[in-house]
Design a protein around this ligand. Structure first.
Ligand SMILES: Nc1ncnc2c1ncn2[C@@H]1O[C@H](COP(=O)(O)OP(=O)(O)O)[C@@H](O)[C@H]1O
Ligand SMILES: [Mg+2]
Length: 303
């Protein structure tokens, strides 16, 4: 076993996803300890990050979500402190939080993304409705947890939805509805892991389905045939690569009725609770939760 020294599991933090992060963090500390790693919880909300140095930490396992956790801010601080950390660096973390700029990059590379339009005060909302069709999805580019994600079904509603959402983070984007199923594919150390099919019991995978209900079905292995499974992993690796993601990330997909896969978004800091998607997928390859945590820890880097 590589010697990681004293390891801080960065958890909690300042974002609305604090509780989820604390859940993941506790599981990771326990798992790493079971593998003989000298792991300790570290919550930057309670202890200033600079204390990592004074407390003698040599490596950081980052499981902070959202603002300051997966947007490049804490990554920049760790760079300054010179402490190797897991996951993506500053730029990839920041880009990964921004659905609009991810799409621009993926599109430029010819990767499949749902057709979209950016909505602004002076947009021709009727023309957008004509070109994307109904229903369509409207969402802020830089939120998460389905916050502000709206399925627009009625003609003439688009402008009103834009007005409701425009105060949220990032550009407001309208997207063609892709209705043939939802998938997610983890990427670890540059390789795609088995995909997972997500079947929400709600109309789409909204906040309720993500956090307050236990009837969402997760299938792993998913129902993709061998060709599509190979394709989704290849697309996931290319999508992660394109934004410069490192370590462990997770790329979400939609499939249309004709079976074509589209990249929906990337998550550069996926959850790691006992029932999170990445551990489910790794388990399919025979890698248990504790080994997965060690594999992720091995990807720690600085600079
Ligand atoms: N273009 C779309 N077509 C069909 N469903 C969509 C589309 N965009 C979003 N959704 C649904 O909304 C959910 C949340 O949207 P997403 O873009 O992933 O935002 P978040 O970052 O909040 O998860 C998706 O998991 C999916 O169920
Ligand atoms: Mg999502």
């Amino acid at each position: 076993m590589q010697n990681f020294g004293k390891v801080a599991v960065l958890m909690g933090g300042f974002s609305s996803e604090r509780e989820i992060s604390l859940d993941s963090g506790a599981a990771i500390v326990e798992a790493l300890r079971s593998k003989g790693v000298d792991a300790h919880p570290f919550d930057p909300k309670e202890t200033p990050l600079g204390e990592l140095k004074t407390q003698g930490f040599q490596t950081a396992f980052n499981i902070l979500h959202g603002t300051y956790g997966e947007d490049g801010a804490v990554q920049g601080a760790l760079e300054l402190l010179g402490i190797p950390y897991t996951g993506s660096g500053v730029a990839a973390s920041a880009i990964g939080m921004d659905k609009y700029r991810c799409k621009l990059i993926w599109q430029a590379l010819g990767l499949p993304v749902p057709e979209f339009a950016v909505l602004r005060e002076d947009s021709d909302f009727e023309a957008v409705e004509q070109s994307l069709g109904l229903p369509m999805f409207v969402k802020p580019a830089a939120e998460g947890s389905s916050v502000g994600v709206v399925k627009v079904k009625e003609s003439g509603r688009l402008k009103a939805v834009y007005e409701e959402l425009k105060h949220l983070q990032g550009e407001i984007i309208a997207e063609r509805f892709i209705g043939g199923g939802e998938y997610s594919c983890p990427v670890l150390g540059g390789k795609g892991l088995p995909s997972i099919r997500i079947i929400p019991a709600t109309e789409f995978y909204d906040y309720e389905a993500k956090y307050n209900r236990d009837d969402t079905v997760y299938q792993c292995p998913s129902d993709l045939n061998d060709n599509d499974e190979a394709l989704i992993r290849e697309l996931a690796v290319r999508a992660a690569d394109a934004v410069g993601a490192q370590g462990c990330s997770r790329v979400d997909f939609l499939k249309d009725e004709a079976g074509k896969l589209y990249i929906l978004e990337i998550n550069t800091l996926p959850g790691m609770t006992g029932h999170s998607l990445v551990p489910k997928s790794a388990a399919q390859t025979g890698v248990g939760f504790a080994d997965l945590c060690v594999e992720i820890l091995k990807t720690a880097h600085v600079g």
